[in-house]
Design a protein around this ligand. Sequence first.
Ligand code: NAD
Length: 356
Amino acid sequence: MTKKIVVLPGDGIGPEIVAEAVKVLKKLAEQGLDISFEHGLIGGAAYDETGVPLPNETLEMAKKADAILLGAVGGYKWESLDISVRPEKGLLGIRSELNLFANLRPAILYPQLADASTLKADVVAGLDLMIVRELTGGIYFGQPRGIRTLENGEKEGFNTLVYKESEISRIGKVAFDIAAKRQGRLCSVDKANVLESTELWRETMTSLSTNYPDIELSHMYVDNAAMQLVRAPKQFDVMVTTNMFGDILSDCASMLTGSIGMLPSASLDENSKGMYEPIHGSAPDIAGQNIANPLATILSAAMMLRYTLNEAEMADRVEQAVSKVLDQGLRTADIFSEGMKKVSTSEMGDAVLAAL
Ligand code: NAD
C-alpha cells in the first residue's frame, strides 16, 4: 500500500534542506519505493498564512500520514509574537498531538569528518551511537509543578519526576527493538541510587530484558554516562533514558560529531509512525542563500525509511550515498576544510542523488 508522507518545510533553511531530502525520496520512488507526498504549513510560515503555527489542516494531514518530514521552524521575524503563537509552539504541538514519545537521536561521525569534532580524532572516528530519549513524560510534564511562596515568605520552585511502569516499558521496548537491529547492546541510564522513579526505571528495564535474551543490557548512572560519553563514546551502541537526562546527554553526544548540519532525528509513536527532522534549527542567518547543509535532513529521510517504512536496505543505500559524497571531498560551508570542494545545498543534494 502507498505510504503517505507529509512534508512540512517550515521556516528559514527548512524549505531548502527539505527539498533535497524530497529529491532523494523521489529518486527511490522511481526505483520502487511506494510513497506519496502531501505538503503542509507549520511554524512561522503557517502563522503568516493562517494566524496559527499549527493549523488544523496540517494536524489532520499529519494524523493521517504514515510519516512526517519536517525542516525546522522559527526565525527573527516571529520572535516578538506572543508565546502561544510562536513557530516553536507548532512543533511542540504536533509532537504532543501525535503522541511521539520516543525520540531517537543518532550521533554518527563519518570518519571523513573526524577533524570537525572538538575531541581527538581517535576518540570519535567511526562513532555510531543511538540515544533513545523518552519525550512525553518525566519531569518536564510531571504534576504538581510551579513556584509557591512559603509561610516565611521565601519562594520555592518545584517539579515532579514521575514515571509509570507502562511509560517506562513503552520506551524500553523501542530501545530493545532498535538495539536488536544494531549491535545488540543497550545501556539504560538512570539515577537509581537517589531517585525512586528511576529505581523503577531500572527494575522495569531489567524485567523487560527477559523478553530480549539476545540483547546485552547494562545500567549506568547518568553522571557516569556523561563522563563516559566524552571519555570513550564508542563503548556505547544504544542508550535509553528519561526525558531530561536524554535532553542533556543527546546534546552532549551531538557535539561529539562537531557538525550540527549532519545529525538527523526521529520521534516515534507506539506504532512506529514518526516525525523525522534534522536536530538543528531554521538557521535564519543563512536562509535563502543555498549554502545550508542538507545532509541531516537527507539522513532523517534515511531514518524514515528504516523506522517507519521498513526499508532498511534503502536506508543503508542513502547512508552509503552520503558517505560517498564525503569521500569525494564535497563539503557545504559548515563542514568545509582546506583541500575539500565547497558545494551549495542543491549541489550536495544532486551529489547524493548521483551516488545513489
Ligand atoms: P540553529 O540550529 O538554527 O543554528 C545554529 C547555528 O548553526 C547557526 O549559525 C546556523 O547557521 C548553523 N546551522 C544550523 N543548521 C545548519 C545547516 N543545516 N547547515 C549549515 N549551518 C547550519 O539554532 P538557533 O540559531 O539557535 O535557532 C534559530 C531558530 O531556529 C530559532 O528560531 C529557534 O527557535 C529555531 N529552532 C528550531 C528547531 C526546530 O525546528 N527543531 C530547533 C532548534 C532551534
